[in-house]
Design a protein around this ligand. Sequence first.
Ligand code: PEP
Length: 254
Amino acid sequence: MRRPMVAGNWKMHGSKATNQALLAEVERSVRPDWPIDVVVFPPYVYLADAVRELEEGRILVGAQDVCAESGGAFTGQVGAAMLKDVGCTYVIVGHSERRRWYHEDDTLVARKFAAAMAGGLKPVLCVGETLEEREAKQTESVVARQVEAVINMLGVGGFADAVLAYEPVWAIGTGRTATPEQAQAVHAFLRSRIGAHDAKIAGHLRILYGGSVKAGNAAELLAMPDVDGGLVGGASLSADEFRQICAAASAVRH
Ligand code: PEP
């Protein structure tokens, strides 16, 4: 059985005051007996505050990005060991916004994945196709390529302590969600692809769905057998929406 995970990607939103209020509300409303992992991903400058705010440790903190280098003369960058040092547990790599706006290719994403692991963080690898790729029936070849880039660099063992997130680019921040069946088909494909390398790792791997998840659609998406949680953008900025998504995840049994 895989423990569901709900991850809130705050992107470049918030301030000290709004974050504090949001975290307090999330911590108050996510029940300690819910059998799920909950992780929030605030912007870099607020990570240490978030770790302090969430000192009970029930809700974990992750970063939205990491440098592929371990340290040195890389102005403006933040390394995995630094993120670990301030109390992060997870880091997102390969988010489509970084692939698109910062031109991160599969090799750089794989290097970031490796750097995260080397620094003691658990990577959350995002994969997903654009609308054009879906319409051209390239969804499977795109997500396979994105996953294989990591396997080629690190072996399938890289996924032993990582999380995979399927995030169709056309569903991120658009209000347009994959249907539960569309999500399940890609999740099952990803699991079988990793299973071709190592069935045990594939069986334990959590594959999150991301793309306009909200309170109103979480239950049906999370009920799918290969959907092990959600990576939530916009809706994670509302404590009430986020709580309802966490509640839906905690009700899932598969
Ligand atoms: C995301 O940023 O990873 C995401 C899924 O965003 P949204 O939920 O807003 O579509």
